[in-house]
Design a protein around this ligand. Structure first.
Ligand code: PHE
Length: 344
């Protein structure tokens, strides 16, 4: 029996040593240590042994069982560790791989232009005002010297909610609103960016909704040359130092005199080309000296105060600065268009 047990032990240990996976070990365990295994069988035959031999063989059988168990467990741990090692080796993360770029959006070109214009005017001592897009007939027209039935209203037909309430056709109503707030006390130095609306047929250069930036300066002894100086400074800062401006007589009911302001063409440098229609100049805004009636209606004494105002189209500024050929690009949200302004 002694030999039989030793034989079984050596056999089992050899199988443990060559077992390649946990499953093979499990088989060894069942085969040698299970209830129907050979060791149990040896123990069953112990009845035939003498009383002296019985405890010795019993002890030996237990030792063999323990030895096999210990070996199986040790091998099991080894196999598990090897499995983890292997997994670590194959699943390792290569930290030197370049990261995947996060696709970031960009500011809308119109927002970028408004912020740039704001920066320029803040630098000149102006502050930024806001006004409502749904405006009253009074502020949009009457306070700007356009009484009811005035023919100049035809230039800016709009969307009415009621006879007295409409979508503003211009940012100029903010002139009147701001002057009222200042209660006849200058100086007033503001700009106001915002959306405006007109009943218009949409095409490459027209939209029923667009954006303007209004400017208003009211103080003692404000002259036309101040207007020209401010606009020239703006044009050079916004478009480039090489640009000139020119003023052409025009008409707005709320300014007198009124002008259209052109900037020299950046494509041909003023020589004349297709973009400027061979004139060398591109129109960018309307302006003028605030009409005395407008000052008066908003609580400023025209004998004490004078001022200038201007209104520019934001889309127009953006189109000229970035060579955009169709105003509709601004509103269709095509990312191929928008992505071009990432660095602006
Ligand atoms: N509000 C005018 C327009 O929309 C522009 C303008 C503003 C003209 C201020 C003069 C002074 O056409």
């Amino acid at each position: 029996m002694r030999e039989r047990l030793e034989e079984l032990r050596d056999e089992a240990l050899a199988k443990v040593a060559t077992a390649e996976d946990v499953k093979a070990l499990q088989e060894v365990r069942v085969a040698y240590l299970g209830k129907k295994g050979p060791i149990t069988e040896v123990l069953r035959g112990m009845g035939k042994l003498s009383a002296e031999e019985r405890p010795i063989i019993g002890q030996m059988a237990n030792d063999v069982r323990d030895a096999i168990k210990v070996e199986i467990e040790a091998k099991e741990t080894k196999l598990e560790e090897a499995a983890v090692e292997k997994q670590l080796a194959t699943e390792s993360i290569d930290v030197t791989l370049p990261g995947r770029p996060v696709s970031r959006g960009s500011r809308h070109p119109l927002t970028a232009v408004i912020e740039e214009v704001e920066d320029i005017f803040l630098g000149l001592g102006f502050t930024v005002e806001e006004g409502p897009e749904v405006e009253t007939d009074y502020y949009n027209f009457e306070a700007l010297n356009l009484p009811k039935d005035h023919p100049a209203r035809d230039m800016q037909d709009t969307f009415y909610f009621t006879e007295e309430l409409l979508l503003r056709t211009q940012t100029s109503p903010v002139q009147a609103r701001t002057m009222e707030k200042y209660k006849g006390q200058g100086p007033v130095k503001i700009i106001c960016p915002g959306k405006v609306f007109r009943r218009d047929d949409d095409d490459a250069t027209h939209s029923h909704q667009f954006m303007q930036i209004e400017g208003l300066l009211v103080d003692h002894h404000v002259r036309m040359s101040d207007l020209k100086g401010v606009l020239e400074t703006f044009a050079k800062r916004f478009f480039g130092e090489d640009r000139q401006i020119r003023l052409r007589p025009s008409f707005f009911p709320f300014t007198e005199p009124s002008v259209e302001v052109d900037v020299s063409c950046g494509i041909c440098g003023g020589k004349g080309c297709r973009i400027c229609k061979q004139t060398g100049w591109i129109e960018v805004l309307g302006a003028g000296m605030v009409h005395p009636r407008v000052l008066e209606m908003s609580g400023f004494d025209p004998k004490v105060y004078s001022g200038f105002a201007f209104g520019m189209g934001v889309e127009r500024l953006a189109m000229l600065k970035y060579d955009i050929d169709d105003i509709r690009h601004f509103y269709t949200n095509d990312v191929r268009f928008l992505a071009q302004f990432k660095r602006v």
